[in-house]
Write a protein that binds this ligand. Structure first.
Ligand code: PMP
Length: 431
């Protein structure tokens, strides 16, 4: 694989951008490579500046559920640009977007647009703290909610720890209000509530954990969270930045049958333009400025380009429910294909899948918790990634990420991917 031009760009980029990238995982560090620079993408394919083509399982980390540059989604964007790129006062498409989200999520009466998932969760926490007049929040180890201070908290290995800052620069004073519990372990949540009686404003969680690979909620976990938050007067914040409009049109709340107090969105609702949103019950949302005292604002929030693209994405999904079936079918095909390879090669690996979300763990299953995830062999994953890249397949450049499928992936893509997976797994496991 020739990657001279990417290498040159990377050297240049490193002079001006920390690490040469604008988001850390893009540096391919954890898989021991230099990054590829992308020139263009279409459908399930992404093309680098050296002319190499890849089947893309990153798909911009989730927004592109219809694939890259889907004609229906990007159609008309030039006309929108000509009418102006940002107004600083309301425009009709913001109402369209809000209605689409509210209609899809029965728990959401009102919604506020922001510009990223990070902003959505950060603002949701502020609102929850103001609404309950409480300070503490509970999150789960291995769940990622963006990089705001309160949420950038690493888990200790115990069932529950007080927050340890993940990153230098996050003050202890802030993270002391973040309690970290164990995903899929209601006992850790009960203990956190007991130890912090009357102080917990909210539990924030990913209803399917998509940032430690894919970890599926065990039966009763979400119900347990819903019950305990109600009993304790805390809010339940469902971070559906990944699962919203991906797991199904109504997100994880439709699939698992629960109603969150506040829901966070991102990714698919912007179709690849910068976007986020948070919404919830009217009596909670009405605390936001300008009708309530909780301040939150944004120069580019509800941006007409992002709203236009996002509405197109959502309308396509709403009007074509078969898209979800198609993506799930592909995910099952990959799951079954990988399981057959795992059995044949007798290797310590396993697949977690729910609906169209899946990933391959380089550890013996089952993988249900953060500790299980941490057993993965990341060295072997790196070999796998490099082999796949050489075969023209872009996998997530880290073990602890989900594989993103789109309706643009074809049967041939999946078949080819499975053939190459077998070769790459053989190499990774020395078989
Ligand atoms: N929540 C979840 C569940 C996410 O997966 C992410 C990003 N991957 C975020 C929040 C943060 O979103 P953003 O990167 O748009 O700030």
């Amino acid at each position: 694989m020739d990657n001279k031009i990417s290498k040159g760009l990377y050297e240049e980029a490193k002079k001006y951008i920390p690490g040469g990238v604008n988001s850390p995982v893009r540096a391919f560090k954890s898989v021991g490579l230099d990054p590829i620079f992308i020139e263009r993408a279409k459908g399930s394919r992404i093309y680098d500046v050296d002319g190499n083509s890849y089947i893309d399982y990153v798909c911009s980390w989730g927004p592109l559920i219809l694939g890259h540059a889907n004609d229906d989604v990007i159609g008309g964007i030039e006309e929108v640009v000509r009418r102006g790129t940002s107004y600083g006062v309301p425009s009709p498409v913001e109402v369209d977007m809000a209605k689409l989200i509210v209609e899809a999520f029965p728990s959401v009466d009102m919604v506020r647009m922001v510009n990223s998932g990070t902003e959505a969760t950060m603002s949701a926490l502020r609102l929850a703290r103001a609404y309950t007049s409480r300070k503490k929040i509970i999150k789960f180890e291995g769940c990622y909610h963006g990089h705001s201070d309160s949420l950038l908290v690493k888990a200790g290995s115990g069932a529950m720890t007080f927050g340890v800052p993940t990153s230098p620069g996050v003050p202890e004073d802030i993270v002391k209000n973040t309690i970290v519990c164990t995903y899929n372990d209601m006992d850790s949540v009960k203990k956190a509530f007991e130890d912090n009686k009357g102080d917990v404003a909210a539990v924030i969680f990913e209803p399917v954990a998509g940032n430690m690979g894919v970890v599926i909620p065990e039966a009763g976990f979400i119900k347990g969270l819903r019950e305990i938050t109600r009993e304790e007067g805390a809010l339940l914040i469902s971070d559906e930045v990944i699962t919203g409009f991906r797991l199904s049109y109504g997100g994880a709340q439709e699939v698992f049958g629960f109603e969150a107090d506040i829901t966070c969105f991102g990714k698919i609702i912007g179709a690849g333009l910068p976007v986020g949103a948070y919404g919830g019950r009217r009596d909670i949302m009405e605390n936001l400025s300008p009708i309530g005292p909780v301040y939150q604002a944004g120069t580019l929030s509800g941006n007409p380009l992002a709203m236009h693209m996002g509405c197109k994405n959502l309308n396509m999904l709403k009007n074509n429910p078969g898209i979800y079936e198609g993506i799930e079918k592909m995910a099952i095909q990959i799951e079954e294909g990988l399981n057959a390879i795992i059995d044949e090669l007798r290797i310590d690996a396993c697949v977690n899948r729910i609906k169209g979300m899946l990933c391959l763990f380089f550890a013996k299953g089952p993988v249900k918790t953060y500790d299980d995830v941490m057993r993965c062999d990341t060295e072997k994953y790196s070999v796998f990634f490099r082999e796949m890249l050489n075969a023209g397949i872009l996998m997530p450049p880290a073990q602890f990420e989900g594989w993103f499928l789109s309706s643009a992936h074809s049967d041939e893509d999946i078949e080819y991917t499975l053939v190459e997976c077998k070769k790459a797994l053989k190499k990774a496991f020395g078989k």
